[in-house]
Design a protein around this ligand. Sequence first.
Ligand code: NAD
Ligand code: UD1
Length: 337
Amino acid sequence: MRLLVTGGAGYIGSHTVLELLQAGHDVVVLDNLCNGSLEALRRIQAIAGRSLQFVQGDIRDRALLDRLFAQQQVDAVVHFAGLKAVGESVRQPLDYYACNVAGTLNLCQAMADAGVFQLVFSSSATVYGDPAQVPVDESCPVAEPTSPYGRSKLMVEHLLHDVQRADTRWSIAILRYFNPVGAHPSGLIGEDPLGVPNNLLPYLSQVAVGKLDCLQVHGNDYPTPDGTCIRDYIHVVDLAQGHVRSLQFISRHKGCSVWNLGAGKGYSVLQVISAFEQACGRSVHYIIGPRRPGDIAANWAEPSKAERELGWKAERSLASMMADTWRWQSKNPQGYR
Ligand code: NAD
Ligand code: UD1
């Protein structure tokens, strides 16, 4: 297939573009580079031994999208482009709604006008809010998210269901990611956050490599076995392969389907720290701090719908997530810079 990948120069997008090239697809990446890297795209092409096309631009630029669809024979769109920092979304909600909601609306309008009706969308487990029970499956009710970022994802999910109900030519995959971590095993591509990271794994690995002094564990008084929060960490290569499978599915089935992409296992913050220390062979300085507002005690996926319908399941262990994170971080202490 010939694919447009928005946000393909970012963390999950870059790993997915690599899997798509290796699966034989042709790829055009559209990215405004606000949080992506051209170096990532260069390295992907080196690993795959194939080239891709890159267009620098914004999903909110309708004229650009129209030109792009007119010039390229795109069969489907894999849509990663968006802003993702939860705290920033609380301070700058307009930016988040403009990029994540209005940007997706603009993309869908351009797709419909160009006659392109296959779309894979990056949603998040954040749409489950604080679930009444874990693991969560796709039939669990969505909840009121705790941030503008979360609300932007839920709004787009509603938008996509409505669009597909109104015009059954659409075929849409909504993928709810749990906690993507890790890096390609080559150590050539990985997560390269701007500034001080918010998420656990980039923070932990930057402490281990000496860029940051100390990790703060956000609370150890949760109702979990060791008191720290439990999450479902999923290797980014497994996640990327889930996109390849969902594209196969939507090319054969109409509709708007939702799948959890998680490993189906929960690990606590302390378990993750310990697994990371094993992987990097050194101890990582951490202290226990207060809870972080908005955090929930535990969330992990019931991922069997994806296995049943897509033939996909996460294969990589926590140890390999940690080893691959460390390989990337230690080979690229300054990220792509
Ligand atoms: P990322 O920031 O690394 O990648 C996003 C890419 O989109 C970047 O390259 C950025 O430059 C580009 N981009 C942003 N706004 C754009 C715009 N208006 N026009 C064109 N390009 C734009 O983030 P990621 O971790 O790779 O996440 C990808 C998607 O998955 C996002 O939609 C995110 O919300 C979603 N998601 C991520 C996680 C996670 O933990 N990383 C979890 C759940 C969902
Ligand atoms: C967060 C977002 C979620 C978003 C996801 C991916 C919040 C409340 N949730 O998920 O909406 O989809 O990132 O971008 O921000 N932790 C520490 N110390 C740290 C960092 C994290 O102890 O320095 C803990 C957190 O309390 C949490 C766990 O590690 O228990 C994972 O945190 P994180 O990586 O930020 O992911 P989520 O909070 O699950």
